[in-house]
Design a protein around this ligand. Structure first.
Ligand SMILES: [Zn+2]
Length: 271
């Protein structure tokens, strides 16, 4: 599943290719996404200029002159920047043709992605209005983390991945952040001290930022080709390293299951 760094890297790639461009045409190849794509959208978007490319959680926001396109990559979607006449692939759902001759094309085999358009304030859209704070917003502070963890018996990793409390921290970066903060993923959330919360907030941002920086580089290579930004595992400290030595202390990295997801941690560095 694309996590926040992949979505942010995609946003930056789209910004380079599409900012200031006028939309020539929206072509819908298969409207059966998570919600059916509104058949009015091609007429609504035609000839509008893209004035900003933003993001809220894992939603990409293309701000147009008269409204906003809200796009989600779902579980398996990737948005590629292609020449408009590049051959179509199986699972290409739609493409946005730009006046430059480039096109933004969504390929989404599992069709959990989504495409909406609103002329109202996008922050009030039903998909966005109840999103929890995301790691780069000031609301996601040590005080906030301390407050929301007081009454929670669940393990801290589960709390970090709870989308009602924090937006956009998925399985990979929850493991990475906890390693960076030297906190065991199994620790009860309410056992975190204030100092733990300070370290963890910093660690979440650092883990995401490292991936975004790596992804930016990867994305430049893939823009204009038939690629996928993928995951940036070359920069990961702990994720998928079970049985191998911890990069810090050499202890064997362990893998456990938490809520049907794999968690990786160092039993020596993380307490
Ligand atoms: Zn270690």
């Amino acid at each position: 599943m694309p996590e926040l760094p992949e979505v942010e890297s995609t946003r930056r790639g789209i910004e380079r290719a599409a900012l200031g461009q006028r939309i020539r045409e929206l072509r819908i190849y298969d409207p059966r996404l998570r919600w059916p794509v509104d058949p009015q959208m091609p007429a609504q978007l035609r000839a509008q200029r893209i004035v900003a490319v933003g993001r809220r959680g894992k939603y990409l926001l293309l701000q147009l002159e008269h409204g906003t396109v809200i796009l989600h990559l779902g579980m398996s979607g990737s948005l590629r920047i292609l020449e408009a006449d590049a051959p179509r692939l199986k699972h290409d759902q739609f493409e946005l043709l730009l006046e430059s001759g480039l096109s933004l094309r969504l390929n989404d085999p599992r069709r959990f992605g989504s495409l909406h358009y609103t002329t109202a304030d996008p922050a009030q859209h039903k998909l966005l209005r109840s999103l929890a704070p995301e790691p780069f917003e000031p609301e996601f502070s040590a005080d906030y983390l301390y407050r929301i963890t007081r009454a929670r018996r669940a393990a801290i990793k589960q709390v970090l991945m709870n989308g009602r409390l924090v937006t956009g921290v998925g399985n990979i970066y929850a493991s990475e952040a906890l390693f960076r903060a030297r906190i065991s993923p199994r620790r009860g959330a309410r056992r975190l001290s204030r100092a733990d919360c300070v370290r963890l907030v910093r660690a979440v941002r650092a883990a995401l930022n490292a991936a975004i920086r790596a992804g930016g580089t990867t994305l430049r290579d893939y823009v204009g080709t038939d690629g996928n930004p993928g995951y940036f595992r070359q920069r990961l400290y702990i994720y998928e390293r079970a049985g191998r030595p911890c990069r810090v202390c050499g202890t064997v990295v362990r893998r456990i299951r938490q809520g049907q997801r794999s968690t990786y941690y160092c039993p020596h560095c993380q307490r």
